[in-house]
Design a protein around this ligand. Structure first.
Ligand code: COA
Length: 188
């Protein structure tokens, strides 16, 4: 259960610096070498599926979602997910994952993939992806490559190298609205 003074909202451009700090604190410099990071750095995440937790005006946790493809299959890559240490174990991480999954489902995404701890993500709807079905650009422990299918057989078309889907993949109307708002804000 999360505390009443914590609000969950879609990520905005103004949250970017705080999110960077939270991820640096949670993962350190080693984050840049992770296989999932190498996919994420190839293009933008989707702000219409990415959320932050805010307390008293401060961003205290974040989850991002990035559109990906593998063969003819498409999906979203969840992560980074990080919560400021002072706010751990209050259900914030779980709630962010649930929001991201619901938003991806509403946007018609077939599946959500991540590299993470099965004991944490299993109860949130994730299971192991068959080893060898997709390839990441770097070593990954097979036990940590997880998928939450959002449509029936949502992961079955994912085959081969997992890649960023490209900026053109941000097709949900909400993503365009977020991008337009960001441009307007930047123009002021
Ligand atoms: C992992 C993380 C996001 C969890 O966020 P959180 O808000 O503290 O988690 P929640 O409150 O939703 O859930 C807490 C529960 O998850 C468990 N948990 C936390 N991290 C876990 C992990 N890596 N593996 C298994 N269980 C985990 C806690 O022990 C707790 O269990 P309980 O409910 O039985 O007491 C947070 O600890 C964090 O930012 N860690 C550093 C970054 C990171 O590892 N991100 C995940 C990358 S895969």
């Amino acid at each position: 259960m999360t505390s009443a003074d914590i609000k969950f909202v879609l990520e905005l451009p103004s949250h970017a610096a705080a999110i960077e700090e939270i991820n640096a604190e949670a993962f350190g410099p080693g984050r840049y070498t992770r296989a999932a990071y190498r996919i994420r750095e190839a293009g933008p995440h989707d702000p219409s599926l990415s959320f932050v937790a805010i307390r008293l005006g401060d961003v205290i946790a974040s989850v991002r979602m990035t559109p990906v493809v593998a063969g003819v299959g498409r999906a979203h890559l969840l992560g980074p997910l990080a919560v400021r240490p002072a706010f751990k174990n209050q259900g914030i991480g779980r709630h962010l994952v649930a929001l991201a999954l619901d938003a991806a489902r509403d946007a018609g995404s077939p599946a959500v993939i991540l590299v993470g701890d099965a004991p944490y993500y299993g109860p949130l709807g994730f299971q192991r992806l068959a080893w060898g079905q997709i390839e990441l650009p770097g070593p990954v422990d097979p036990a940590r490559l997880l998928v939450a299918p959002l449509l029936a057989d949502g992961a079955s078309e994912l085959r081969g190298p997992l890649k960023h889907a490209g900026a053109g993949a941000l097709v949900s109307p909400m993503a365009h609205e977020v991008q337009r708002t960001a441009k307007r804000a930047g123009a002021r």
